[in-house]
Design a protein around this ligand. Sequence first.
Ligand code: ATP
Ligand code: MG
Ligand code: MG
Length: 549
Amino acid sequence: SEERSLNFIEEIIENDLNSGKYKTLVTRFPPEPNGYLHIGHAKAICLNFGLTQKYGGYTNLRFDDTNPVTEKTEYVNSQQEDIKWLGFQWKNELYTSDYFDTLYDFAVKLIEKDLAYVDHSTADEIAAMKGTPTEPGKNNSYRSRSIQENLDLFMRMKNGEFADGVCTLRAKIDMAHTNMLMRDPIIYRIKHAHHHRTGDKWCIYPMYDFAHGQSDSIEEITHSICTLEYVSHRELYDWFIEKLEIFPSHQYEFARLNLNYTVMSKRKLLQLVNQGVVSGWDDPRMPTISGLRRRGYTPESIREFCDRIGIAKRDNLIELSLLEFCVREHLNKTANRVMAVLDPIKMVISNYPEGQSETLYGENNPEAEDKGGSREIPFSKTLWIEREDFMEVPAKKWFRLAPGAMVRLKHAYIVKCEDFVKDVEGNVTEIHCSYIPESKSGEDVSGINVKGTIHWVSAAHAKTAEIRMYDRLFSVESPDAEEGDFKDYLNPGSMEVIKNAYIEPYLASADLSSRYQFIRKGYYCLDKDSTAQHLIFNRTVGLKDAWAK
Ligand code: ATP
Ligand code: MG
Ligand code: MG
């Protein structure tokens, strides 16, 4: 893509590298394995991996697995697959849970410095003593416990002597601090739960703020990039690093990606999966990377999208149509053109010999340098064409089929409509044409010029396919911002299934990595549920933005 000016993170990094503050750039992508990755994560992936591709150094993949209840190995695996598919490779695969021993030692160190204490208050009591943004909080009696008592109690917390919620470990900072997060935040809580990696070894787990920055520091991450919700956490991030006297990682924040007509939190996407609103995390309507992949998106188009939206410092809502634009642009360059008839009507060529057929050739992609090679297309007396390409009473400037009118059949001949057949209800069921043998594409000596070209498939050779057409999952721009539950705003027409489309026989050899332009229709790819007996194609995106104003 084109040259663009540096974003603010690149400016910081260039300064830090030029001044010698850091010799090597180290970034990380830190997903919590509590769901599948979505397009917002793709933004963070492209940013973190993109920076080390540009400036050298490396990027770690760190699973932020401090919450045993919501995390699963299935998610760890899918997240890795998605990052690789996007085209990135991490240096080290790491888990916050691998640092549980170190983090425990860090907590002990804080206690020894009289900077942490075990608090036996209930959650409600803690909240009541916290104060408000305009009023200071209050110290409770546990805050003055001795270092020795705290060391003993914390060890007993670790040893499983207390039930969930009985006590917590809190940092001793300042209950009157202007930043509410600095008012003695909880850093460890008791949770007797099985962890997907550490099993039952631990019954105390560090809170995000006591795990994230320290993990960055352990890995000597130089630039820890996160989204804007963490701006107020930065003070705490720096406080722990300073008090623990560990490697000075720094946190930088950028605006999270929000896309219109969808929701983006893993928690909400999980609801859609669990309640059967979609068929799974990789339902082609989902904003997940696996959903986009199944829908036919390419890694290139997603990377281009992330590049185009840039790095913002303020929250904003990005148009889904920009994502669609990016995939359309990439597929236009790379997808083979084929013919598929989605709403078929029969065309009989009266002057073509019965029982005969011939092989025509079609170039696969006029946009590609080598034209994508060519393929064989069988032609015969009876064809399927698109119902909408015929009008009994033609409109003004109608260049397609109508009684007496001529069109070119793509890659084949010019035909003239001689007659048509209707059923008792008045629906057109068959169109009768004559063809002009001298008008064959590529060797046309007929001297006839026609304005319209339509697509078709030979009835005797066509394969039947199911076509799944997708649209926006929600009918409002910001389902999160609406009144009531976000699921009240689902688009009832988000999926339309065409059971009996006819496609070129060439498409029977499609595999999951192939993407096609069904000419005049849009971009399509094979679905993973497809079998040789039952072909299924997904529509990635139409040829034009159907929603454009
Ligand atoms: P979710 O609510 O979807 O679970 P999260 O921020 O809790 O989001 P994490 O797994 O913790 O999800 O995210 C891993 C990384 O991806 C974090 O650094 C986070 O900042 C980043 N990230 C998550 N969502 C977005 C988004 N919409 N835009 C940009 N970055 C994001
Ligand atoms: Mg998170
Ligand atoms: Mg989350």
